[in-house]
Structure formats: C-alpha cells, structure tokens
Ligand binder design. Structure first.
Ligand code: T3D
Length: 246
C-alpha cells in the first residue's frame, strides 16, 4: 500500500502546476509498481485540498479549458484507470477540484471536522475534474444540484448520511483508518480488484444487459487466474488465501 500526501500545507494544498504534475507522476508510479496494491490519498496540514491554486493564475496562463485538458483530465483519468483501489483520507476541507479528487477515489474516510465545499459557483465557475459525473452518481441529481448551486460546506456527519463519506473518524485517526482500509483492500486478489473496478465503471455507463455480458467476460478472465485457484484451495483448507496477482 502507498500513501500519497498532497504537500503544500501553507496553501491548504491548493493545486498549482507543480503539485498537479507531482500527483500525476505519483499515481502513474503506483500503477507501475507491482508491490503497490492499494493507494491512500491525503493532505498535509489542516486541509485535504483547496482546489485550484487561485493565486497561480498569471496573465499568460492558458485558458481554463487548456489547463483542464492538460493537467486535470489526465489526473482524474489516471486515478480512475489505476487498477488498484484508492482510499481518500479526507483530513480537512476538500474544495473545488480538491473535492473532485476525493470523489475520484473509491472510498472516503473523513475526519470529524473536515468539510466538502463545491466552491466552483462561489467564484463564478462550473464544476470540473469529474465533479458533475461523480457527484450525482453518489448522492443523486437533486442533492448534487443543491450542493453545486449553493456551495454550502458539507460537514462530515451529513457527508456520511448522504453517501459522500464511507467512514467518519476523529481527525487524529483519519490517515490510520484509511491505511487500514487500504491494507485490507490490498489483501484482496489484485486482478479481481482491478476487474471489479472496471465492472463498476462499466455498469455506470451501460444498461443491464450489456453489463451482464461484460461481467461474464470479466468473470471468465478472473476464473482462469491463479488467484481464483488459490481462493478455492484456501476455502477447502479453511485458511486465509494468499493472493499473488497471477
Ligand atoms: O485552472 C482553473 O482554474 C480551472 C480549475 C478549477 C478547479 C477549481 O478547483 S476551482 C475552485 C478553487 N478553489 C476555491 O475556490 C476554494 C477557495 N478557498 C476557500 O473557499 C476557502 O479558503 C476554504 C473553504 C478552502 C477554506 O476556508 P478557511 O476559512 O478554512 O480558510 P481561509 O482563511 O479561507 O484560507 C486559508 C489560507 O489559504 C488563505 O491564505 P492567507 O490569507 O492565510 O494567506 C487563503 O487565501 C488560502 N487559500 C485557500 N484556498 C486557496 C488558497 N490559496 C490559493 N488557492 C486556493 N484555492
């Protein structure tokens, strides 16, 4: 398991060009490292991530569309295409694209005092970095509209109630809790975990019939893996399985 920490605490881990590059490289690094079976994403200091660094905009900055295409879209796609589970340890406020980053993870462990803030509308922008795809799928279209159009902070208790947080724990325990969840995920059969992620993504975009067929194809692949054979042996021998990813 690998923990990635957004590390600009002096700016509430706001995403400047360098941090976006470092994060993308770290996600790609985790993808390539066979020893990494799960990832935790968290922030240093009191924030998870305040979104785009609003002080970075220079007069010669590219258009916002270019910035999204060049930096944010590759980052969100790399996270979603990573064939390993990602757990967000939301240690503090997650605003704007920082909120999107948390939603791009599979699971969110949230500190009691942390908040989600859509933020985009407050500065006259629209949701980006996948927010308008992730949010309605998690909380439903009406709640998503309210969250995005009002930008009221969502505290941890409400986040848990509406399905944005999977666990809420005291601030001092948030990273450890996310790491222990990631460690449990890392013990699963890596190929099956990757295919499960793929199946969930596919199911969000296709009808039942297509999804049933896609599941059959994935199950065919999983059924031929050494890990499936190991799972059957472990079941018969009444012991925990030892999955290798083969
Ligand atoms: O390229 C593009 O622009 C397109 C992509 C857009 C994606 C986006 O993410 S757009 C949304 C950008 N983010 C925001 O609009 C959030 C702005 N920040 C806030 O709303 C609040 O700061 C927070 C809700 C995050 C936290 O509030 P609070 O009261 O806990 O802290 P604060 O006092 O507002 O902020 C503390 C410091 O962090 C402060 O600096 P100072 O005065 O102590 O020197 C503040 O300016 C700084 N800070 C907070 N957010 C950002 C930031 N600095 C730069 N960029 C930020 N996003």
């Amino acid at each position: 398991m690998r923990t990635l920490t957004l590390d600009r605490p002096q700016a509430m881990n706001a995403l400047d060009g360098e941090l976006k590059e470092v994060l993308l490289a770290a996600v790609r690094g985790a993808a390539l490292d066979a020893h990494v079976r799960a990832v935790v994403l968290t922030g240093a200091g009191r924030a998870f991530c305040a979104g785009q660094d609003l002080r970075e905009r220079a007069d010669d900055a590219p258009s916002l569309a270019e910035e999204l295409r060049e930096r944010y879209i590759p980052l969100i796609l790399a996270m979603r295409r990573l064939e390993k589970p990602i757990v967000a340890a939301v240690n503090g406020v997650a605003a704007g694209a920082g909120f999107s980053l948390a939603l791009a993870c599979d699971l969110r462990v949230m500190a009691e005092g942390a908040t989600f803030v859509a933020a985009f509308g407050r500065i006259g922008l629209v949701p980006d970095s996948g927010m308008s795809w992730f949010l309605p799928r998690l909380v439903g279209p009406a709640r998503a509209a309210e969250i995005l159009m009002l930008s009221d902070p969502i505290d941890a208790a409400r986040a848990e109630r509406i399905g944005l947080a999977d666990r809420v724990v005291p601030a001092e325990a948030v990273v450890a809790e996310a790491q222990s969840l990631a460690a449990r995920l890392a013990m699963g059969a890596p190929r099956a975990q990757a295919l499960t992620r793929r199946a969930l993504a596919y199911g969000q975009e296709h009808d039942l019939e297509a999804t049933l067929e896609f599941e059959a194809q994935l199950q065919d692949a999983a059924g031929r893996s050494a890990d499936h054979a190991e799972g059957l042996r472990a079941f018969a021998e009444k012991r925990p399985p030892r999955f290798t990813g083969e």
